[in-house]
Write a protein that binds this ligand. Structure first.
Ligand SMILES: [Zn+2]
Length: 347
């Protein structure tokens, strides 16, 4: 029977294409789900796996809309579209929780529509410094959705508290000092007890301590807990109640305490990591605390003990690895198909 031979010649390139597609393709639009938290109050929650993208949200006021965390430029375009299909009021403000690009870079999309960009004054140096440089690199590297965009600086800085709306609903923007970054801002709706927390609170093993004040972050979380929010939109991960916000505080407090003890006892970071057990963290996030190497490393480094971080894989190396994996997968698929065809021919 000649069919298997004909199949082989046709399906080789097809399998190669599929193999490459499986490995190299990331979903164009990772799942983003709207959570209606109260009338006119919406969170857009990323459910991307394994690490969710940043969450966004908006609040509809009497005559305008305030958006929180535009996300990347493409996420900002998506957010704007969602707002416009829910309301015909203009977006008057976009509040940025902090200057990390996955939360802030899309602000330019809202600025182009005339929105005021709101950020904590303590973040000004970052916005005018390395964040602007990082954005320019993303435009130059032609990252998805960045082509032709201009960096938009915040146009309205506040020190500790800014009331955007007195009522219907009341909307406050607050800054409690250096936590995840020097200029973290949260959005607080006291009537609904809803808190948009940015990366001060990630619901899962998604923390980034690179720009953090690891001790004061716990103080900031105490201030957020003292607001007594009933619903909290984290920077990354699922919208939650206060229990998980408490776990975030517990994780950073216990990790900090253990690291301080280890430094006092002259324990090496490597030995500390081998022995670290935080069962509540693993139960909450599904990830053993010892696997959070960057959290541990920054916890030592920011307390004056050098830590040798693993070298991050370069983008080119990742792309090369993906291509090689794709070829391997396609090759395996082709071999399997050939083997089955040959078996049928022989049978
Ligand atoms: Zn961040």
């Amino acid at each position: 029977m000649s069919a298997p031979r004909r199949d082989r010649s046709r399906s080789g390139p097809w399998l190669l294409t599929v193999g490459l597609a499986i490995v190299s393709c990331t979903p164009a639009d990772p799942p983003r789900v709207e959570q209606r938290l109260a009338p006119g109050v919406v969170a857009v929650e990323s459910q991307r796996r394994p690490v969710p993208a940043a969450n966004q949200g908006w609040v509809e006021l009497a005559d305008s809309v305030v958006a929180f965390d535009p996300g990347t430029p493409n996420e900002a375009r998506d957010l704007l579209q969602r707002i416009q299909s829910a309301s015909n009021k203009p977006v008057r403000w976009v509040v940025i929780s902090h200057q990390h690009g996955d939360h802030a870079d899309g602000a330019t999309i809202f600025a182009a529509g005339g929105a005021e960009i709101v950020a904590a004054a303590a973040s000004r140096a970052e916005f005018e410094g390395w964040a602007a440089d990082a954005f320019a690199r993303s435009v130059q590297d032609e990252r998805r959705g960045y082509a032709g965009l201009q960096w938009a600086l915040p146009s309205l800085y506040f020190d500790e508290r800014l009331v955007l709306s007195e009522s219907d609903p009341r909307v406050e923007v607050l800054h409690f000092g250096h936590g995840h970054t020097p200029g973290d801002a949260v959005m607080w709706l006291p009537e609904q007890r809803i808190l948009f927390a940015g990366d001060l609170y990630d619901n899962g093993a998604f923390n980034n301590l690179a720009n953090a004040d690891v001790d004061h972050w716990v103080v900031v979380l105490d201030a957020l807990i003292a607001l007594e929010p009933s619903t909290i939109v984290p920077g990354h991960g699922r919208v939650s109640g206060p229990r998980e916000l408490g776990l975030q505080r517990r994780y950073l407090a216990e990790l900090g305490e253990r690291v301080r003890e280890a430094i006092a006892a002259h324990q090496s970071p490597a030995q500390f990591r081998r022995e670290l057990r935080l069962p509540f963290f693993e139960e909450w996030t599904g990830v053993p605390a010892a696997d959070r190497e960057y959290d541990i490393g920054f916890s030592f480094a920011k307390r004056g003990v050098p830590y040798e971080f693993p070298q991050p894989m370069s983008t080119r190396r990742k792309a090369a690895l993906a291509a090689v994996s794709g070829l391997a997968l396609a090759g395996a698929g082709f071999a399997l198909h050939w083997w089955k065809s040959a078996a049928r021919t022989e049978g």
